[in-house]
Design a binder for this molecule. Structure first.
Ligand SMILES: [Zn+2]
Length: 218
């Protein structure tokens, strides 16, 4: 999970009881860096507007700007109305990155490890939801979307490991090492797909933590 600053004012369509409108999407999509706020995929083929607090027919919650989040279809359907009282990535007082640790497994069929780093019911509830978003394959279609998700993650993980190796091995030139460090510095920023993984993979790696010491801001 990554923090989002909801700086833009509520789009006009919400006053006309329309949330699935162009002016809402125009602001919401870039505000979330085009990423699902739960799994952090970008370039979504199935983007959806998600109600953080399920509206259950409540018109106030349905058209409340602060309750609208950007998500993929997979995460939205998994969250449904069951998962509530979560860590809020739009709350500037909550460091959601530090609150939830995510680590990749070594092979794609294994589970992603999601653990709470702070003691709160919200953190526990968020871990339960993210575990499902990242790992659930209990229906044939969720099996497919899980494969797509893991393929995207592993593709970037290969790049991440290549940059790490470039910093580590003597055969690479100073220019190549500088480029590798710049690339890793980009990967750990909030705008990057799956940034939570690259940040925690850096924090869990003493070599990379040292290499990126001057660019780590978390
Ligand atoms: Zn998602």
């Amino acid at each position: 999970m990554f923090n989002v600053e909801r700086v833009a004012p509520a789009p006009a369509s919400l006053n006309r009881n329309q949330y699935n409108a162009q002016d809402v999407i125009d602001v919401l999509e870039p505000m979330f860096y085009g990423k699902c706020y739960l799994c952090e995929q970008d370039e979504l083929a199935d983007p959806e507007i998600e109600h953080f607090d399920p509206h259950m027919g409540d018109e106030t919650k349905k058209y409340d700007w602060d309750n609208l989040y950007y998500s993929c279809g997979r995460c939205n359907s998994i969250k449904g109305t069951r998962h509530t009282n979560l860590l809020d990535c739009c709350d500037v007082n909550i460091d959601v990155l530090r609150g939830i640790k995510c680590l990749l497994p070594s092979c794609p069929d294994a589970d992603i490890e999601v653990t709470a780093q702070i003691n709160s019911p919200q953190a526990d509830n968020t871990v339960e939801l993210l575990n499902r978003c990242y790992n659930e394959k209990n229906t044939p279609l969720r099996g497919i979307t899980r494969v797509v998700l893991m393929d995207k993650l592993f593709e970037l993980h290969v790049e991440f490991q290549h940059y790490r190796l470039t910093l580590k091995k003597k055969k690479y030139t100073p220019a190549e090492k500088a480029l590798a460090k710049n690339r890793l510095a980009e990967m750990i920023k909030s705008h990057y797909p799956f940034s939570v993984f690259w940040r925690w993979h850096v924090l869990s790696d003493s070599f990379l933590s040292q290499q990126l010491d001057d660019v780590i801001d978390f």
